[in-house]
Design a protein around this ligand. Sequence first.
Ligand SMILES: O=C(O)[C@@H](O)C(=O)CO
Ligand code: MG
Length: 261
Amino acid sequence: MLKYAANLSYLYTELPLVDRFAAAAADGFRYVELHEPYSRLAAELRNAALQAHVQTVLHNTAFGDFAAGERGLAAVPGREADFEKHLHEAFVYSSQLGNRLIHVLAGVADNGSSAARATYLRNLALAATEAAKRGLTILIEPINTRDMPGYFLNTIEQAADIQDAVGQANLKILFDCYHVQIMQGDLVRRFERFRERIGHVQIASVPERHEPDTGEVNYRYVLSAVAVSGYDDYIGCEYRPLRDVHGGTTAGLGWRHTVAP
Ligand SMILES: O=C(O)[C@@H](O)C(=O)CO
Ligand SMILES: [Mg+2]
């Protein structure tokens, strides 16, 4: 049985963030994930999760100045001190929320640049070393260049190369099927090939990023292959509900009965 985590940055956005924990629980989710928890006090979110009896499994390091185009800082030369602040903040929230996974955002940087690569390796080594002391796993996620032009990390192969260069066991790949399908395709074979390197999976329809029972990807097939592989980490439900217009996130959860093993 795969373990599904409701992404509270995309699902239940009809509600304030603290109320989304209870909404997810009411729909049967036992796990949730977040992009940026930093707009709320960690204690407030922890209480919301505790009261709803859901476990937070993942959050990201901060985007930074989103309006100015920042999408994280790990691969951005010259911003190491700011990256370290983001990392520290992520650890503080994880100690409050209890999640063991932190997605470190690479940021916008030229992935042909040796300075950006060196900065990324330096920051990831630091993040993985500090995370290991806390029993945490650091994730890196290839993101498609259509949604995030200029983002440093775009393919699973590039992520595996970075993983090898950092060489720390608690640095894993976040395999977001939505991004992988847009950039590369061959989802099942690629998942199987990199299976041992993957620490988290996310799903959404392609190309619209709605519920996984719409769009071009056959998630019934893909998720069955993931289950058969013995994958026992989480599946993040990171989509923008199409059926919001018909009455909110809950109305679009039928896919859990039709495509989810
Ligand atoms: O796929 C995504 O966009 C996210 O998983 C993320 O963390 C960055 O926005
Ligand atoms: Mg994702």
